[in-house]
Structures are given as C-alpha cells and as structure tokens.
Design a protein around this ligand. Structure first.
Ligand SMILES: [Zn+2]
Length: 131
C-alpha cells in the first residue's frame, strides 16, 4: 500500500515535469517567435593558429551573450566574449562577436585563431579522422 502510493507520487511528479516542459516550449514559441531572429543557437568553428586544431563551439544566444546599452542610439545590443581552448596545445583563443538588438550578428573577431565555415570545419575533421 505504501509502495503503491509512493509510485503514484513518483508518477504525478514526472507528469508535472512533462507538462512544464510543454509549457516552456509553448511560452518560447509565443514570445520567442515574435523576435526577428528566432534562432537561439549558433555554432562557431575555429582553428587554433598555433597547433591547427579545429573546434566547434555551441553558442546560446540568450545565455552566453551580455546585453549592452548604447547611449547614442538608445538601443540595446549584445556581445559575446568567449575564451576557447583546444585540447592539444591549450592556447587560449578569445572570440568576440557583436550582435544587434535582434541578436543578428554584426561583426566577429578571434584572437589566437581563425574562424572557419561549417563546410571547412567538417572537411578538416574528416581529414584528421582519416589520418
Ligand atoms: Zn592549439
């Protein structure tokens, strides 16, 4: 009897978690969908300029960027500042990407490495695997 009631609690709890997940998605669709940029994730592909190791870094455009207020235009914009370290030479690369108020990328820079496009990154990874 005790055992079955415990299971009921467990089951109910799991259901409420599921419902919360659905509600979050619904909420994000309503409020996130109104923004011009509904893309939340961005992938950066970088190559260390010292050891040539390539890396893919996932960026969360809502959690990883910091908002900055521009006094001149009165608008908010976003900046990502991220340190990236490869697993071979451990040299620190520093990425800085500027976004407008809709989180659309404006410019990017990388110290200690170079940005790659997705196709180049995938090609280099494939080459490294086949070696
Ligand atoms: Zn390196």
């Amino acid at each position: 009897m005790l055992c079955s009631s415990r299971h009921t609690v467990c089951y109910t709890r799991r259901n409420s978690f599921t419902r919360l997940g659905v509600d979050m998605t619904w909420w994000q669709r309503i409020f996130g969908g109104n923004k011009p940029s509904s893309v939340r994730e961005q992938h950066l592909y970088v190559q260390c300029q010292r050891c040539r190791t390539v890396l893919a870094v996932r960026i969360d455009l809502y959690n990883d960027v910091s908002a900055e207020y521009d006094d001149a235009s009165g608008q908010e914009h976003y900046i990502l500042r991220k340190d990236i370290v490869d697993a071979r030479c451990f040299q620190r690369m520093h990425a800085e990407i500027h976004y407008d108020q809709y989180r659309r990328e404006q410019k990017r820079s990388l110290q200690g490495g170079t940005f790659l496009d997705a196709a180049t990154y995938q090609q280099l990874v494939a080459d490294a695997d086949s070696r």
